[in-house]
Design a protein around this ligand. Structure first.
Ligand SMILES: NC(=O)c1ccc[n+]([C@@H]2O[C@H](COP(=O)([O-])OP(=O)(O)OC[C@H]3O[C@@H](n4cnc5c(N)ncnc54)[C@H](O)[C@@H]3O)[C@@H](O)[C@H]2O)c1
Ligand SMILES: CC(C)[C@H](C(=O)O)[C@@H](O)C(=O)O
Ligand SMILES: [Mg+2]
Length: 350
């Protein structure tokens, strides 16, 4: 029986995951779901944000569905390595070998008004895929220290790490618009010099893909100026984190952006790109669509179940077309629905 580990986490995590689970149960009732603690919730219950049982459950599953971790309550844990982000999320990604993070920024036509872009920049829709390297760079490089007077983070990339994520970027581009933009900071960073040279080398294997390079500051600007110039963007861990939140606002809301974190096999971790949203947690108004769309990615990438994945995406599009809006995607004066009602509407479509 296919198995998925469900890790709701903190803040709005449990609210949105509960709705995504309802969708998953309807679309793929044969998948066995097992819930476990992660993040601040796990720290409170066990003293560690990633209890060994949770990691074991993930390793024994075919995929993981995660909500979000962290929040002000746990930002003050004295040992930074026991905070939810550093103590749970990053080790999960690293231990599970999930180096390729796919973050599709799609602006559904019905949400054009919610996008931060002028309508003329959205004509014909928007579909940009950010491929973010997820287990290297500044997040993991050592030394990493802070003695109260001087703090150090280290950015490290090996050629192998760049080669494998470059292949993911090129192969994604081959299946889409055949354009890959690699984003770096090669005018300053040595890791970026290696990044650019390596991507150029890998490009020789993909003559059908048009490769371009942008420095990250320019890329951030271009993403807002004229996002349709992009098809697939491949970039390192920290730049990908920032650019994907920025790309989210082109789609209407951070609450719309799903993600898949993949390694070499079919195992994957699926989560919305957003965090635990402490400012709206407990209010029942979080947008569940990023997590529901992450379930579609889970079915597609870990189980090869394209039909079910498409069913979910079509249902989401229909619900948006019918005018349902959580507050984050509503225009002023527009009626809004809460988290559960939005998911109810998706289920009704299904
Ligand atoms: N993958 C993760 O678990 C993850 C990702 C990002 C941030 N975080 C953590 O989450 C905490 C809060 O971080 P933050 O506030 O900087 O970022 P955030 O992504 O949680 O929230 C940013 C803004 O977007 C809004 N938002 C986010 N998701 C939404 C949704 N589904 N529906 C409606 N609005 C939504 C929030 O209300 C907030 O105003 C921090 O502890 C951070 O480390 C975790
Ligand atoms: C919470 C944080 C560690 C995480 C990251 O930076 O990767 C988040 O911002 C994300 O985008 O998944
Ligand atoms: Mg982020």
């Amino acid at each position: 029986m296919p198995k998925v580990a469900v890790l709701p986490g903190d803040g709005i995590g449990p609210e949105i995951v509960a709705e995504a689970v309802r969708v998953l149960r309807v679309v793929a009732p044969d998948i066995e779901l097992t819930e476990a603690l992660v993040g601040g919730a796990a720290y409170d219950a066990t003293g560690h944000p990633l209890p060994p049982e949770t990691l074991e459950l993930c390793k024994a599953s075919d995929a993981v569905l995660l909500g979000a971790v962290g929040g002000p309550k746990w930002d003050v844990i004295p040992d930074p390595n026991l905070r939810p982000e550093r103590g749970a999320l990053l080790p999960l990604r690293k231990h599970l070998g999930l180096y390729a993070n796919l973050r599709p920024a799609i602006c559904y036509p019905a949400l054009a008004a919610a996008s931060s872009l002028k309508p003329e920049l959205l004509e014909g829709g928007l579909d940009v895929l950010v491929v973010r390297e997820l287990t290297g760079g500044m997040y993991f490089g050592l030394p990493k220290e802070n003695d109260g007077n001087r703090a150090v983070d280290t950015c490290v990339y090996t050629k192998d790490e760049i080669v494998r994520i470059a292949h993911v970027g090129f192969q994604a581009a081959q299946k889409r618009g055949k354009k890959l933009c690699s984003v770096d900071k090669q005018n300053v960073l040595m890791t970026s010099v290696l990044w650019r040279a390596t991507v150029e080398e890998v490009a020789k294997e993909y003559p059908d893909v048009q490769l371009s390079h942008l420095l990250v500051d320019n890329a951030a600007m271009q993403l807002v100026r004229w996002p349709k110039q992009f098809d697939v963007i491949v970039t390192e861990n920290l730049f990908g984190d920032i650019l994907s939140d920025q790309a989210a606002m082109l789609t209407g809301s951070l609450g719309m952006l799903p993600s898949a974190s993949l390694g070499t096999g079919t195992f994957g971790l699926y989560e919305p790109c957003h965090g635990s949203a402490p400012d709206i947690a407990g209010k029942g108004i979080a947008n569940p669509l990023a997590t529901i769309l992450s379930v579609a990615m889970l079915l597609r990438y870990s189980f090869g179940r394209e039909t079910e994945a498409k069913r979910i995406e079509t249902a989401v599009e229909a619900v948006l077309g019918a005018g349902l809006r959580t507050p984050d995607i509503a225009q002023s004066g527009e009626a809004t629905v809460g988290t559960i009602a939005m998911a109810d509407a998706v289920l009704a479509q299904l």
